[in-house]
Design a protein around this ligand. Structure first.
Ligand code: FES
Length: 163
């Protein structure tokens, strides 16, 4: 059994100098805005609103344009994630095999909706749109580890094993 702890490592608190270093490193790259967004989320666990103006300046965009790019991609968060991140595939194949019912079950179990984090910051529940594993739908990830052929009982068992 895989016993690695893939849960979220502790993230740094917002640090303007660190954000500036990340952005400066990416500013000259092709596709640098995406690199910078990934870098900032990697460092802080989400995209702090304080970074929008810095990104806008570096990439010669408006803050609204930066926000638009960030919002287009579901992986970028507005708030820090919980200690564990569970993603449930909402794309066609997984939907056809019960991912909506699975989602509703987990939402009820945790008392949160997709896109939310439990009050104790333990678990974040997020949608994902195809994990490339459609043959064994429905699929989920827990802390980036992929699980296929998921059902309510199995998911409850996995939740019970999370620290
Ligand atoms: S639709 Fe869910 S993995 Fe492809």
């Amino acid at each position: 059994m895989d016993t690695r702890d893939n849960s979220r490592p502790d993230r740094a608190a917002w640090d303007q100098d660190e954000a500036r270093r990340i952005i400066t490193r990416c500013a000259a790259l092709k596709g640098g805005l995406m690199e910078a967004l990934h870098g900032i989320q990697g460092a802080f666990g989400y995209i702090p609103a304080e970074s929008y103006d810095m990104l806008a300046d570096a990439f010669n965009l408006s803050g609204a344009e930066v926000y638009g790019v960030k919002s287009f991609y579901h992986d970028f968060r507005d708030t820090p994630a919980g200690h564990h991140v569970i993603k449930i595939c909402q794309a066609e194949s997984c939907q056809a095999r019960g991912s909506r019912l699975l989602t509703a079950h987990v939402e009820k179990l945790l008392g949160i909706r997709l896109g939310e984090t439990t009050a104790n910051e333990r678990i974040t529940l997020e949608p994902v749109y195809c994990l490339g594993n459609c043959a064994v739908s429905p699929n989920i990830t827990i802390n980036d580890k992929l699980y296929g052929r998921m059902d309510e009982d199995r998911l409850e068992g996995l939740l019970g094993k999370l620290g």
